[in-house]
Design a protein. Structure first.
Length: 98
């Protein structure tokens, strides 16, 4: 299982756990481009911190991206599954600041 799917499973299994909140915030930031407070990572145990590092590595190295918003929908609803069909090739553009 890749790191992103592992994180989403962890969120579904324990939605009220503080780690789930941190993982949700990270996924939201990666999914939408909002800022993520890195100091939240100090609250994670080593295995969860390692999971976050793997998520970041996969996100950075992987040229496939989920449709914007798909990750947060999957993290929020255990019945939704992430599928390859929901991915698109290429990097998301940075919005202009007009």
């Amino acid at each position: 299982m890749d790191a992103l799917h592992e994180a989403i499973k962890k969120i579904h299994d324990q939605p009220e756990h503080p780690t789930s909140g941190i993982l949700c915030d990270l996924i939201r930031a990666l999914d939408s481009g909002v800022h993520f407070d890195l100091s939240k990572l100090y609250h994670l145990n080593y295995s969860d911190f390692s999971l976050v590092m793997n998520i970041l590595k996969q996100w950075r190295l992987d040229s496939f991206r989920y449709e914007r918003g798909a990750l947060m929908r999957a993290a929020g609803d255990a019945s939704l599954k992430l599928e390859v069909n929901g991915m698109r090739y290429g990097r998301w553009g940075i919005p202009s600041r007009a």
